[in-house]
Write a protein that binds this ligand. Structure first.
Ligand code: UDP
Length: 411
């Protein structure tokens, strides 16, 4: 269930909400379609869950469509994901055929909606070829890239670039990720919904209840990483850091994650994580349901320190979520984490398990510093990474894209 935009007035102020209505007025009635490849799991689904209903509340005819495919399709798009984030991956002709075929099949179902839409936002590489299968499109098409594309494996980007180049614009989370393309490129950082189940204040007792539910010790400091089980999230590095801390001070670790339906590697990584954890009773590997938002909320609030030790990260909503709850974050020095973890202010940027262990021990020993950094963390999110800023930028982009066309007609 979506919260009414008016409820955000108490958090961001009246002017911000009034401004959104003002920006949306020229877009009233516009048909806007967002397309991605999973309804749950991962940051894109998390964002579309609120973005689409808020656009509706602002008077746009917004909808969210999901493409689906078979196992070769997901294998191929996972290879793309890994390749775009820098790993050399195979691109077999059979997998590429599955990718293009799946998009063509999905386009049969979606074509009437997509060709009639005023704006189509295609998220990430999975549905990128849809444009090619909608030759009679009327509206503007924007490719929204959520991935860390700063150092892509060239063969993958070369192949995908051909599909993306035909779009009217693209959106990137960071300037470092943007690749040369023959259309306007926009920077929009992701954001969180402060009133969602994942981020809203909880009732008293709800946070404490997670100790019982997951067998945690309320007297031990708690270090938590919430993430899909993905190698770029470096869960094994987090376990190594935990072991280094344990040599000096008692502590417990939660690695909480579920799968995303478009991520075929999760099971394998989870197996590796379980093996690395062995029978240590203070490592808690929680395989959560896709709708366990309130549990994640409570776990993040129950944590002493949150970690996101990724080696590549498009943005890292889990970082935003933890910062919003007043937790300093120990984050991998990469991608979107650098936008959020302001070193020594809202957390620490680290490159190794040793670095992570050192910084966590420092915070455990210096609780005043931990508290002070937590306050700065929440303020950073309030000023920069809430839904209202994100919506404002989307609306502005749509207005500018429309307006650019009108200017061309007038000239
Ligand atoms: N998440 C979740 N359940 C899980 C793991 C992650 O709900 O088991 C959520 C997490 O809280 C965050 C999103 O999925 O909102 C992950 O987004 P992020 O940008 O951190 O990473 P991505 O998975 O998109 O790479």
């Amino acid at each position: 269930m979506t919260t009414a935009l008016d409820e955000y007035r108490a958090i961001v102020g009246d002017e911000v909400i009034d401004h959104l209505h003002q920006l949306a007025a020229p877009l009233h009635g516009m048909r806007v379609v967002h397309v991605n490849s999973t309804r749950e799991g991962g940051g894109v689904a998390e964002i579309l869950n609120w973005l689409v209903p808020f656009k509706q509340q602002l008077g746009l005819e917004a909808r969210w469509e999901v493409i689906s495919g078979d196992s070769p399709f997901y294998q191929c798009t996972k290879n793309f994901h890994n390749g775009l984030q820098g790993s050399p991956v195979p691109l077999s002709p059979a997998l590429l055929r599955a990718y293009e075929r799946t998009n063509e099949e999905n386009s049969e179902r979606l074509r009437p909606i997509l060709e009639e839409a005023d704006f189509v936002f295609i998220h990430d590489p999975q549905p990128a070829p849809l444009l090619r299968f909608c030759p009679n499109r009327k509206g503007k098409w924007v490719w929204r890239c959520h991935i860390d594309l700063s150092r892509p494996y060239r063969a993958v980007w070369k192949y995908l670039r051909d599909f993306v180049a035909g779009y009217d614009a693209s959106i990137w989370s960071l300037a470092d990720f943007a690749q040369p393309l023959p259309h306007p490129l926009y920077l929009i950082a992701p954001s969180i919904d402060p009133l969602s189940q994942k981020n809203r204040e909880l009732f008293s007792g709800e946070v404490e209840a997670v100790y019982d539910r997951y067998g945690l010790d309320p007297d031990l400091p708690l270090i938590t990483q919430v993430s899909r089980f993905d190698r770029f999230k470096d869960p094994l590095g987090v376990i190594q850091a935990y072991r280094l801390i344990r040599e000096f001070t008692p502590v417990q670790l939660v690695l909480a994650g579920g799968g995303a339906s478009d991520d075929p590697e999760g099971e394998e990584v989870l197996r590796e994580v379980r093996e690395a954890a062995g029978d240590d009773p203070d490592i808690h590997i929680l395989h959560l349901a896709a709708d366990a938002h309130r549990e994640i909320n409570a776990l993040q609030r129950a944590s002493t320190v949150c970690v996101q030790k990724s080696t590549r990260e498009g943005f890292g909503l889990t970082v935003t979520e933890a910062l919003w709850k007043g937790k300093p974050v120990i984050g991998g020095d990469t991608g979107g984490i650098r936008l959020q973890v302001i070193n020594h202010h809202t957390g620490f940027l680290v490159n190794t398990p040793e670095g992570a262990a050192l910084r966590i021990r420092y915070l455990l020993k210096n609780r005043d510093r931990l508290e002070a950094m937590g306050c700065k963390a929440r303020a950073l999110v309030l000023d920069n990474f809430l839904v209202t800023r994100h919506l404002r930028e989307y609306l502005t982009l749509m207005f500018v894209t429309m307006h650019a066309d009108m200017e061309r007609i007038e000239m």
